[in-house]
Design a protein around this ligand. Structure first.
Ligand code: NAG
Ligand code: NAG
Ligand code: NAG
Length: 457
């Protein structure tokens, strides 16, 4: 799967970079589309995986889960990106959703002993008792205070085995609960060596519910790799050893064959390393990452204004701001498919786009989308261009395929949705991020992005 030239580039530069201290982790990012059902339609599952913020008035909104028929063969299906994790001793390979909108790394777990093949298909779950290095944290361990716990919590300080219970919720109502645990993970570094990380903390999930994390819509994944800003995230735990920075490029999965890209954790620790070579040659733009003390998980960026075909829309800048109660703001979320913008901004964008697309409406409306059009006989429709002016003055100008999707043969829809009041913040989803190299520099508190970095990463 690894394109040869990439492999060569990495090997040669990694050797030049020399010492092991300069190594970083390099995990292939995969994209899977759902299997078509016998009726030749597939479900478009639009994930909303951002971690539920603990707010005064949170409603559990299902709005992000949209099921609409998609003509098979146009593989514009599910919108998640996966990474493989090898967990335990001996290692068990698990497929996890890469999610910048949450912190917890969790895997579906089984307490089955011995021969488990009559209970679980091989490789379908993490068999905790088959790993000699697995151990749940004690509920009185300081590590346990880092995870949200169920209420009531049957923690008994004096009992020797009283595991740390966690309960983690996502904004669409999905949830996972189980034991917060530690185990060894074996990862590949940039030079192709194996790096063993002892005591990776993760949720061993015994109860997994909700549309985004269970059933067919989870697409065979075994869990979620939270890459958020909080202390328990994979990026935080591994950043201590490999460098407090990560980057990825979410490739356009409608391309055939699907291109390979990587989640890179760490920065090689200085100049002359490959990744800074990438960021230099890819002419990265930067925008500050903003902090919200009330929501320490999220990577916020600031949107200053929006243009449609170079015309600036009249949107009150306060629409985008983060207020003192921690509401508002815009989050970069690889675990959410669509982009959600504040209602007043959304309405202006929708109006401006509608005015510039002069194509017939489809016979029937597409559930979950406000604006769709029929492109029959217009194979290359001229679509309006969106651009976002960000904090720090950089401009993010995604190509139209990042915000118009094919929902049916010859039907395209605007893949942006209004962020309702109950959601409380805006989300730049993974579709909007496609084809850009993003670098989350946690030490410098800035997000780098480049339209030309994917071929290099
Ligand atoms: C495990 O159980 C399955 C089904 O019960 C059986 O077919 C298989 O032979 C068993 N494997 C071992 C190693 O005992
Ligand atoms: C806690 O565990 C100890 C030792 O097993 C037991 O004696 C005690 O009753 C337990 N306390 C509670 C509140 O369950
Ligand atoms: C799109 O337009 C074509 C040509 O006018 C028509 O045949 C087709 O039924 C339309 N599709 C939908 C879904 O409205």
């Amino acid at each position: 799967m690894v394109p040869l030239f990439l492999f060569f580039l990495l090997l040669s530069t990694a050797q030049a970079a020399a010492t092991a201290a300069n190594e970083y982790l390099k995990l292939p990012l995969l994209h899977k589309t759902p299997r078509p059902s016998p009726t030749q339609t597939i479900l478009l599952d639009v994930y909303r995986l951002s971690h539920l913020r603990h707010r005064h008035h949170h409603h559990q909104s299902q709005k992000g889960i949209i099921k609409s028929p998609v003509v098979s063969g146009a593989p514009s299906g599910s919108g998640q990106y996966f990474v493989e994790l090898r967990l335990g001793s001996p290692p068990q390979t698990l497929l996890l959703v890469a999610d910048t909108g949450s912190d917890l790394l969790w895997v579906s777990c089984s307490a089955c002993r011995g021969n488990c093949s009559s209970f679980h298909a091989p490789g379908s779950t993490f068999l905790a008792r088959h790993s000699s290095s697995f151990a749940p944290y004690h509920c009185y361990d300081t590590m346990c205070s880092l995870v949200p716990q169920p209420d009531p919590n049957p923690c008994n300080r004096t009992r020797l085995h009283s595991p740390c219970r966690y309960q983690y919720l996502y904004s669409d109502g999905s949830a996972t609960s189980g034991f917060f645990s530690k185990d060894t993970t074996t990862l590949k570094t940039s030079s192709g060596k194996e790096a063993k990380v002892e005591k990776l903390s993760f949720g061993c999930g015994f109860r997994i519910t909700g549309p985004s994390v269970s059933g067919s819509s989870f697409n065979g994944a075994h869990g979620v790799m939270g890459l958020g800003r909080g202390p328990i995230s994979f990026a935080s735990q591994l950043g201590r050893r490999f460098g407090n920075k990560f980057s990825y490029c979410l490739m356009d999965y409608t391309l055939s064959p699907p291109p390979t890209s990587y989640l890179i954790i760490g920065d090689g620790g200085g100049d002359g390393d490959e990744q800074s070579a990438i960021s230099k040659s890819s002419k990265m733009s930067f925008t500050p990452l903003l902090a919200n003390p009330l929501s320490p998980t999220f990577y916020y960026i600031g949107i200053k204004s929006v243009k449609v075909n170079k015309a600036k829309l009249r949107i009150d800048p306060s629409v985008w701001s983060l207020d003192e109660l921690g509401n508002g703001g815009t989050v970069m979320d690889s675990g959410t498919t669509l982009t959600f913008l504040p209602e007043p901004a959304y309405v202006k964008i929708l109006t401006a786009i509608k005015r510039r697309v002069r194509l017939p409406s489809p016979a029937e409306s597409t559930p979950g989308f406000d604006f769709c059009f029929n492109v029959t006989g217009t194979p290359r429709p001229k679509l309006p261009r969106l651009s976002f002016e960000l904090g720090g003055g950089s401009v993010f100008e995604p190509p139209p395929r990042n915000y118009f999707i094919d929902t049916e043969e010859d039907i395209m829809c605007l893949a942006i949705q209004p962020a309702g009041r109950e959601m409380g913040f805006s989300v730049i989803g993974n579709l909007m991020q496609q084809g850009f190299l993003f670098e989350f520099d946690r030490d410098k508190s800035r997000l780098g992005f480049s339209r030309h970095g994917c071929a290099l990463s």
